[in-house]
Design a binder for this molecule. Structure first.
Ligand SMILES: CC(C)(COP(=O)(O)OP(=O)(O)OC[C@H]1O[C@@H](n2cnc3c(N)ncnc32)[C@H](O)[C@@H]1OP(=O)(O)O)[C@@H](O)C(=O)NCCC(=O)NCCS
Length: 158
């Protein structure tokens, strides 16, 4: 998904993610998100991004970084050889989480990628994203990847 062109970010795409459990199987009924899309543990989100696109957007708009990323995310990336690679993966993670949760609008800083033991990425939610996860009764796991040219992330509700 392309980097955001303006304030407030891009709305997540609807209709991606897991299959809701079949009715009558005893599970918790899936909660309806934006547009009636259902979400429940097992729902997923996926996003891919060309790293150079984000790097160009960040160069053109110096204040974009602080709208998209938390201080910790920026510090993590700044300590690496090619910050844009890690920022692009984190951008994808935010979009992937927004898809998995079927968020109504996306405040990128409400979805923070944190590094846990061994470099395993985790997610810290605040604001509307945290409220949505609480409504669904889920937490969110992510996995990130990047090559020289592309970054991607997948998010899983559990
Ligand atoms: C850790 C490892 C899986 C990363 O894979 P890679 O192909 O080198 O790199 P990718 O671009 O696909 O993934 C990089 C991302 O993986 C994530 N990552 C790092 N260590 C991780 C781990 N132990 N488990 C899960 N994710 C990890 C990070 O988010 C990283 O991105 P970031 O630096 O921007 O945060 C790789 O170094 C590896 O295979 N190590 C040896 C085996 C190993 O230790 N596996 C860990 C599972 S126990």
């Amino acid at each position: 998904m392309p980097p955001p062109a303006g304030e407030g970010g891009t709305p997540p795409a609807a209709g991606e993610g897991g299959t809701p459990p079949a009715a009558g199987e005893g599970g918790t009924p899936p909660a309806a998100g934006q547009g009636g899309v259902t979400r429940s543990p097992g729902s997923v989100g996926l996003d891919l991004l060309e790293i150079a696109r984000l790097e160009r957007a960040l160069e053109r708009r110096p204040r974009l970084a602080e709208r998209l990323f938390t201080e910790r995310e920026l510090a993590y990336a700044a300590g690496r050889a090619r910050p844009g690679q890690h920022l692009a993966a984190r951008f994808c993670a935010k979009e992937a989480v927004a898809k998995a949760l079927s968020l109504d609008g996306l405040n990128f800083r409400e979805i923070e990628v944190v590094s846990m033991a061994g470099g395993v990425p985790g997610v810290r939610l605040t604001g509307a994203a945290a409220a949505r996860a609480a409504q669904l009764g889920v937490d969110v796991a992510v996995s990130l990847s990047h090559t020289d040219t592309s970054a991607g992330a997948v998010a899983l509700l559990r």
